[in-house]
Ligand binder design. Structure first.
Ligand code: ADP
Ligand code: MG
Length: 569
C-alpha cells in the first residue's frame, strides 16, 4: 500500500451530510420518477376533496408537470408551510397514525419534490376572492404573490431532477415513463369513478395529446369501461361479499378472460391502490381448475376494512400495506371469489376451453405437411416393454422412453415449425370489413408505441379515436381467431419485454392437441424399426425433455445409479 493511502486510511472517515444532501436522499425514497411526483400531487388533490383533477405533462413529466384541482385550497399561512419537511395538516398526534384515512400523512411529498425540481404552488380557498402563488427554487421560498385564480390548488413542477443527475440517469425513455404515469392515473380513475380526471401530454415537438379524459360523476361500471375498454369489460362479473373483517366489492373476470400477465389486476384497500402479490395469488388460486396454470384473471377488487386494521405506514411510496388480520382477509377473498364464480354461469367458458381447437389451423397443417412418423428408417437394439415404454442403451447407461409423450413432442415441434414458416411467408388477409375495437388506456399506449411492429408481422392497425383502433389486414394464418384477444396477448408480450412470440396461446393449444391426436398411443405395439427410429429422433433433437403438457418424454438412468442399486461400488 502506498504511504499516502495508509495515512488516508487511518484518517477519520465519517462526515455529517449537508441539509441539502439529506433532503435529496430523503426525496429519493419518495420521488423515484415523474410518476411518483404525479402520484403524490394527485393524492394531495384527492385529500383536498377535489372532484376534478387535471394533469398536464411535458416530455413525460421531466420538463413540466402541472396538477390542478378544485379541492378546498390552502390558507396563505399553510401555503408558506406546506413545502417544508414534515409539515402536514392530516395528522397531529401519534394516535392519528392508528387509523389514517387520508392518502398523505407524512408531510414529505411537497418538500421532497421541491428538493429535486422547481416548484410553483398556487392555491385559493373557497371563501376567498383571490389566491396566492408561491415560487420555490431548490426548496427555498423565492416569491409569494397574490393572484387571481379559480378555487383549488395548482402545483407545477419544472425541470425535475435537474439537480440530481444520478436520478435522471435512471429515467427510462419518455414512452416508458409516460406509460408508468398512465398506469398510476388509471389506478386513481378506477378507484374514484365520481372524480373527473384528464391527463394530457406534450412531447418535445409540442404536440399535445389527451391520454385519458373521464368525466366526473361516472358510475363504477361506466368508469371501468372508459379506462379498461369494452373488450375486457364484457368479461367482468360483479363481486360483493362481506365477513366480520371487512368487505370485498368490484369485479372479477370470467376464466376465459385470463391473461398470461398480471397486467389488468387492480387491487385497492380503502381506495388506496396497493400491490400485494400474495393476495393476488390467493384470488387467482380461488379459481381452482377453471384457470390454466400461469393464467391470471383480470380484476378490480376493492377491500373495505376498518381503518385501524390496516397499517399504511410501511412503504416509502405507500404502495404496500400491512393487515392486522391477513389470514382472515385471505379467506375473505377466496370465499368471495369462490362464491361469485359458483353463482355465475361459466359453462360456456369451460366448454370452449375443452374444445379449444382451431379448425382452420388444424386443416391447414393436415393439408400442408406430412406428420413425421416412426415407420421409415433405423435398425438396432431397442426394446419395447408393455407397449408403453422403450428401453435403449446409451453411452452412460440406459434410457427409458415414454413412447406416446416422445412422439407427441416430436410432432409438436414439427407442427410449430411449419406454422412459423407459413407465418413468416406473410400471406396477409384483408378483412371484408375492418374490425373496430376498444382497448384499455394502458393497452392503447403500448399499441400506439408498436403499430410499426405489428405492421411488420402482418397486422394493419390504425388509431381510430380515443382508445379505439381499426384493424383491416391480418396474417392469413390468424383468419379465424379472436383477433382482439390475439392482439392483446401480443401487446402484453411486448410490454413485459418477452418479445413477440412466434406462436400465440391458441395456436399452441391447437398444435399440442393435433400432436397428441396424431402421435402413437400408449398401448400401440411398435415394430423394432419404429422403436429405433423414435429413439434416434428424440436423441438427435435438442431439448425435447417434456411433452407439450409438461410430462417427461424420457429418463436416463446412469450406469453409476444401476451400480449403486446392485451395491457394486
Ligand atoms: P401530506 O400529504 O403527507 O400531508 P404533503 O407534503 O403532500 O404532505 O403536503 C403537505 C400539506 O400541504 C398537506 O398536508 C396539505 O395540507 C397541503 N396540501 C398539499 N397539496 C394540497 C392540495 N392540492 N390542496 C390542498 N392542500 C394541499
Ligand atoms: Mg401528500
Amino acid at each position: 500500500m502506498a504511504q499516502s493511502a495508509i495515512i488516508k486510511s487511518i484518517m477519520r472517515s465519517i462526515n455529517t451530510l449537508s441539509p441539502e444532501l439529506i433532503a435529496k436522499i430523503a426525496a429519493g425514497e419518495v420521488v423515484e420518477r415523474p410518476a411518483s411526483v404525479i402520484k403524490e400531487l394527485v393524492e394531495n388533490a384527492l385529500d383536498a376533496g377535489a372532484d376534478q383533477i387535471d394533469i398536464e405533462l411535458e416530455e413525460a413529466g421531466t420538463k413540466k408537470i402541472r396538477v390542478r384541482d378544485n379541492g378546498k385550497g390552502m390558507h396563505y399561512d399553510d401555503l408558506l408551510l406546506c413545502y417544508l419537511p414534515h409539515t402536514t395538516s392530516k395528522i397531529s398526534t401519534d394516535n392519528d397514525l392508528i387509523s389514517i384515512r387520508s392518502f398523505g400523512f407524512r408531510g414529505e411529498a411537497l418538500s421532497s419534490i421541491a428538493a429535486v425540481g422547481f416548484m410553483t404552488i398556487k392555491s385559493r380557498l373557497k371563501d376567498q376572492e383571490f389566491g396566492h402563488s408561491l415560487e420555490l427554487n431548490n426548496g427555498e421560498n423565492i416569491t409569494c404573490k397574490k393572484i387571481g385564480m379559480p378555487i383549488g390548488t395548482e402545483i407545477m413542477v419544472e425541470s425535475l431532477f435537474h439537480s440530481t443527475p444520478a436520478r435522471k440517469k435512471f429515467m427510462k425513455d419518455s414512452k416508458t415513463e409516460l406509460r408508468i404515469i398512465t398506469e398510476i392515473i388509471t389506478q386513481v380513475a378506477i378507484a374514484f369513478p365520481a372524480i373527473g380526471i384528464t391527463l394530457s401530454h406534450k412531447n418535445s415537438l409540442l404536440k399535445k395529446e389527451i391520454i385519458l379524459s373521464v368525466p366526473a360523476g361516472q358510475s363504477l361500471q361506466n368508469r371501468i369501461q372508459s379506462v379498461l375498454g369494452q373488450y375486457l369489460s364484457e368479461f367482468l362479473i360483479p363481486i360483493q361479499y362481506e365477513s366480520r373483517y371487512g368487505s370485498v366489492t368490484g369485479y372479477i373476470s370470467k376464466p376465459q378472460a385470463a391473461q398470461q400477465s398480471k397486467y389488468h389486476q387492480y387491487f385497492y384497500v380503502n381506495t388506496r391502490s396497493v400491490h400485494d402479490a400474495a393476495l393476488a395469488k390467493v384470488l387467482t388460486e380461488s379459481y381452482g381448475p377453471l384457470l390454466e396454470p400461469r393464467a391470471h384473471p383480470p380484476f378490480v377488487l376493492y377491500l373495505t376494512l376498518p381503518y385501524e386494521s390496516v397499517d399504511v405506514n410501511i412503504h416509502p411510496r405507500k404502495e404496500e400495506v400491512a393487515f392486522a388480520y391477513r389470514y382472515e382477509i385471505q379467506n375473505l377473498i377466496s370465499e368471495a371469489v369462490a362464491e361469485t364464480l359458483s353463482k355465475h354461469n361459466l359453462i360456456y367458458t369451460q366448454n370452449s376451453r375443452a374444445i379449444d381447437m382451431d379448425p382452420y389451423t388444424a386443416d391447414f397443417l393436415k393439408n400442408t405437411i406430412t406428420p413425421w412418423n416412426v415407420k421409415t428408417i433405423a435398425e438396432g437394439e431397442v426394446l419395447q416393454i408393455h407397449n408403453l415404454y422403450l428401453l435403449a442403451q446409451t453411452e452412460k447407461g440406459l434410457l427409458l422412453i415414454d413412447q406416446h409423450a416422445a412422439h407427441e413432442r416430436i410432432l409438436f415441434e414439427q407442427f410449430k415449425e411449419a406454422f412459423a414458416q407459413t407465418r413468416e411467408s406473410q400471406i396477409v388477409f384483408e378483412l371484408p370489413e375492418p374490425l373496430v375495437f376498444e382497448l384499455s388506456v394502458k393497452d392503447t399506449m403500448v399499441l400506439d408505441e408498436h403499430t410499426e411492429t405489428f405492421k411488420k408481422i402482418g397486422f394493419d392497425i390504425e388509431a381510430f379515436g380515443k382508445n379505439t383502433f381499426k384493424l383491416s389486414v391480418i396474417p392469413e394464418i390468424f383468419k379465424t381467431r379472436n383477433l382482439v384477444q390475439l392482439i392483446i396477448e401480443v401487446l402484453h408480450d411486448i410490454h413485459e419485454g418477452r418479445g413477440i412470440k412466434t406462436i400465440d396461446r391458441e395456436t399452441e393449444r391447437t398444435l399440442s392437441y393435433l400432436a397428441c391426436r396424431s402421435a402413437i398411443k400408449a398401448g400401440d405395439a411398435l415394430e423394432s424399426i419404429e422403436q429405433k427410429k423414435l429413439v434416434d429422433k428424440l436423441l438427435l433433437s435438442d431439448g425435447l425433455y417434456t411433452c407439450p403438457h409438461g410430462r417427461p418424454t424420457h429418463i436416463e438412468v446412469s450406469l453409476r445409479e444401476i451400480d449403486k442399486m446392485f451395491k457394486r461400488h
